[in-house]
Design a protein. Structure first.
Length: 436
């Protein structure tokens, strides 16, 4: 009897102790103060973003000016790496449902931001198609992060385009006009030869084969978007095209993931390029490799591009209408030397080289394997292909609304399986059942 009640007393004392510990823990976890930079950000957005006078003036990036005040309050010994002067160690990212903060998809996410922007090349007539894309990116991700958005156009953006897009983007919006030199034929191009090619391609019914503007677009996305004055304000970009869709919640900051994991290029879909558009692209690439062995990375992903050690190209490429990547890498000597070399060879006009194979070849040869990332958890659609994450558990956790049957990853025309093999990566569970 006496031993029994002593046990109860022990239980009660233990329970009390446990409650006290819980109370202490919950109260001592740092209360996150409303972040001044982010509040400022939201409130000044309207004033700084959409006015026509600001349109092409390389406006200052939002995280530059506001980082100082937060920084001053930090002890000098703390290493502060990111914009906004916050220590990333104090704001761990929730990467799985077991991590604290995973479920919190409301409000503005506290913590550091990366020096990054969304970027869209568009015409004024694309306004409602890009509006759809923006709305999805905002709903699934950016409303909690408020990253900026840069819009680029070979003509001036009109007031309606600016009004609609700036009303949808939660971060600041910037509008840039592309200079003529970045959207025209370089002098060394033989106009007659280029014209003949377009006529031939039109006859062969090659998609966009007869288009001049499509070629300027591909050359611009290959060699110039990352050096526009507005883009010089950032370290990372996320490319968004009109009428794309996102099917799952994004619980963490992909920019920060890229930065912390030293990733320089990423993709969600990959496939074989239409051979007729790039007959000599690999010859030009081999010439570049020979002239610039110093730019070829050790431990690269040549095996993704070639099945015979580089002799021939298998036409695999990452689909570049979705990209999250490092602007500093694209601005590097290695990448720009590659672009200049290709541009001299003329294939943007004498053939119809796309920016997707150009970026992909560069990333696969000039980056280390580990610097390229496949985002299985970012579900994406651009006509006509879908990336719907493999793995039912993951799709449920991320509240995805894509049909897993539409997932292109493991189908015959996708190169993602090759990418996994080239990197000795284990394919996600359930991939075999999605092969057709
Ligand atoms: N400013 C401008 N943007 C363009 C032009 N042509 C294409 N773009 C943009 O460049 C990107 C790629 O063009 P798309 O027409 O989507 O090319 P695609 O993705 O290969 O083909 P689709 O299947 O038609 O989407 C999109 O963001 C377009 O809005 C142009 O002449 N001027
Ligand atoms: C953001 O990146 C650009 C380009 O690298 C750089 O010039 C700028 O100083 C950076 N801003 C901040 C706040 O780090
Ligand atoms: Mg497109």
């Amino acid at each position: 009897m006496a031993a029994g009640s002593a046990r109860y007393v022990r239980y009660i004392l233990f329970a009390f102790f446990a409650l006290a510990v819980l109370y202490f823990v919950s109260n001592s976890s740092p209360v996150v103060p409303p972040l001044k930079p982010i509040t400022d950000h939201a409130s000044t957005k309207g004033a700084e973003s959409s006015g026509p006078t600001k349109a092409t003036t390389g406006a200052t990036s939002s995280n530059g000016g506001s980082s100082t005040s937060a920084k001053e309050e930090k002890p000098a010994s703390k290493k502060v790496e990111f914009g906004f002067g916050l220590d990333p160690a104090e704001y761990p990212m929730a990467m799985t449902p077991n991590d604290p903060g995973w479920d919190d998809l409301s409000g503005i996410k506290p913590g550091p931001r990366i020096n990054a922007t969304f970027v869209t090349l568009a015409r004024n007539s694309d306004v409602w198609e890009i509006a759809r894309s923006i709305r999805q990116i905002e709903d699934r991700f950016n409303r909690r992060y408020n990253y900026d958005w840069v819009f680029l156009n070979d003509k001036p953006f009109d007031a309606n385009f600016k009004k609609v897009t700036s009303s949808l983007v939660s971060g600041k919006t910037h509008y840039g006009e592309i200079p003529k030199e970045h959207w025209s034929f370089p002098d060394h191009i033989d106009q007659d030869k280029a014209k003949r090619v377009r006529e031939e391609m039109a006859q062969k019914k090659i998609i966009y084969g007869d288009s001049i503007s499509y070629r300027h677009m591909c050359r611009f996305e290959s060699g110039f978007f990352f050096r526009q004055p507005l883009m010089m304000n950032y370290d990372y970009y996320w490319r968004v095209e009109p009428s794309v869709e996102l099917f799952c919640d994004i619980h963490y900051d992909p920019f920060r993931f890229m930065h912390e994991n030293k990733k320089k290029y990423s993709f969600v879909l990959s496939l074989y390029e239409y051979v007729e558009t790039i007959p000599t692209l690999w010859d030009s690439t081999k010439k570049f490799m020979k002239n610039h062995p110093e730019h070829i990375a050790e431990g690269n992903t040549m095996a993704f591009l070639s099945d015979d050690g580089g002799e021939t190209y298998n036409h695999c490429h990452f689909w570049s209408n979705f990209e999250i990547g490092s602007l500093n890498w694209l601005r590097s000597k290695a990448y720009t030397d590659f672009f200049e070399s290709l541009d001299q060879d003329g294939g943007f006009f004498y053939e119809r080289w796309g920016d997707a194979p150009v970026h992909s070849i560069a990333a696969s040869l000039m980056l280390k394997k580990e610097e390229v990332h496949f985002f299985n958890d970012i579900a994406y659609y651009h006509v006509p292909f879908t990336h719907c994450p493999t793995g039912e558990k993951l799709r449920t956790e991320l509240k995805c609304h894509c049909n897993p049957k539409d997932n292109f990853d493991w189908k015959g025309y996708s190169c993602t399986s090759r990418y996994f093999d080239a990197n000795n990566l284990e394919k996600p569970e359930g991939w075999e059942s999605q092969q057709d």
